[in-house]
Design a protein around this ligand. Structure first.
Ligand code: AMP
Ligand code: GLY
Length: 423
């Protein structure tokens, strides 16, 4: 396999780390990658949305598999663009077609799909500016808190949860009048669900599937899940409350009907389905679909997949996933994200990072926002580096990870010290 991974975060570094266990450095490429991925393969400059450039890079390097890390190229149709090009027919694209990517790219599409295939999710209705008054009436039918979602992508800010009817009605009007541009020309209003969340990842070749390790991410900047939302401050896997009984419900009520729906709708889908779930009483509900792996969940779950990721991806490409063995390690894993001081608000870049050698059997470091400057590694983003660890129990894992975080220093370094506090 000669594989190009597109993206530049900790997720892509972790995917590359797992793939590099089975293929040689000269067969592994990243676009654009980061300072960490450069140690595993070849970083090639470029923009993940520049499909023509990505095609040229694939041809110039005899790439046979394209692994799409982030959602934007998928929502924009990179899968379809490759399939439509005769020169690229031999390249397997890991990810759904543009229609499949609507499961993440359009909240209205995703909710309609769930309703059609009887997949448990919050009760909802979708409104446009023409139906604003009906939207306000629907809000009255619900009770606080009110959940409003811009239909399209809004840089992670499109979900607004408000405590009073007046605020919610005003927000609905603002959104429909263009608060998030075209992304909020439709707004989904849904019932608030109260429970604890987890992330379930499914790999499918369109016919069969494997359920990968379950994880839980921590999105808020502050301890005890307080403060602003971030791209993710850490993750743990497995998730104690996602036990066998719960996972049986997830499989029967969510995974199988989702795959059945994808087949019935004739959606081409060879990639990952990320189920953002909430456990209400003892039952799973879908909060959202994503069409890629999660970040930072990937930095934890890659440590727990025992089988070869290369073999799994080949199974996806050839639609023979049912013949590939899938096994998980029986230890736990966690990842702690080190972020720039000030993040997720304004922060400085270019701080020199010093790292004592800490990669070992139990601890791996994945780069996110880093760059090389004058042969030094410097911070280049809000989320800088994640430290992933494994161990027999969650306590042991977290103690291994936290011990290792002390060995990485940069000015302004911040991280959450309470991962797993709610379990
Ligand atoms: P999303 O951008 O769809 O991931 O939503 C962001 C966050 O909003 C989710 O992770 C949940 O914590 C919360 N959320 C979204 N929908 C609901 C809902 N119906 N009930 C309760 N919380 C929700
Ligand atoms: N960790 C959540 C996400 O990747 O969207």
């Amino acid at each position: 396999m000669r594989i190009l991974i597109i993206g530049s975060g900790g997720r892509e570094h972790a995917i590359g780390w797992k793939i590099a266990q089975d293929i040689q450095r000269d067969n592994l490429f990243f676009l654009p990658g980061n300072a960490g991925t450069a140690n595993l393969g070849h970083n090639i400059a470029g923009d993940v949305m520049d499909f023509e450039h990505i095609k040229e890079v694939c041809l110039a390097n005899q790439v046979d598999t394209l692994f799409v890390g982030p959602e934007n190229p998928l929502c924009d149709g990179i899968y379809d663009s490759f399939k439509a090009d005769a020169d690229l027919g031999h390249i397997a694209v890991i990810g759904p077609s543009k229609r499949g990517a609507q499961l993440e790219g359009s909240k209205d599409f995703a909710k309609e799909f769930m309703q059609k295939y009887n997949i448990p999710t919050a009760r909802y209705q979708t409104f446009t500016l023409e139906t604003l008054e009906r939207g306000k009436a629907f809000l009255k039918e619900l009770s606080a808190p009110y959940v409003l979602k811009a239909d399209g992508p809004a840089a992670g800010k499109g979900v607004v949860i408000l405590d009073s009817y007046d605020e919610a009605a005003a927000e609905l009007e603002d959104m429909l009048k263009g608060k998030f541009g075209a992304s909020s020309s439709k707004v989904v209003i849904e019932e608030f669900l109260s429970g604890i969340e987890c992330s379930v990842f499914v790999l499918t070749d369109g016919k069969s599937y494997k359920i990968l390790p379950v994880a839980k991410d921590y999105k808020r900047i502050g301890e005890g899940d307080t403060g602003l939302n971030t791209g993710g401050m850490g993750a743990i896997s497995p998730v104690p409350f996602a036990d066998d009984v719960f996972m049986k419900k997830v499989k029967e009520q969510i995974v199988l009907p989702t795959l059945d729906g994808i087949q019935k709708e004739e959606i081409e889908y060879k990639g990952f389905i990320f189920l953002g779930l909430i456990k209400v009483n003892d039952d799973p509900y879908v909060i959202e679909y994503n069409v890629r792996l999660g970040d930072p969940e990937t930095e934890a779950i890659m440590l727990r997949i025992k089988s070869s990721l290369v073999a799994l991806l080949q199974g996806v490409a050839n639609q023979t996933l049912d013949q590939v063995t899938y096994e998980e390690e029986d230890y736990a894993a966690a990842t702690v994200m080190l972020v720039s001081g000030g993040y997720p608000e304004a922060y400085e870049k270019g701080k020199v990072i010093t790292e004592e050698l800490i990669d070992s059997d139990d601890v791996v470091v994945f780069h996110a926002g880093t760059a090389v400057r004058d042969s030094e590694i410097v911070t280049n983003g809000g989320r800088v580096i994640s430290v992933s660890a494994k161990g027999k129990s969650l306590e042991e894992v977290l103690s291994n990870a936290y011990e290792a975080t002390d060995k990485i220093t940069f000015e302004g370094k911040f991280y959450r010290k309470d991962l797993g506090f709610d379990l």
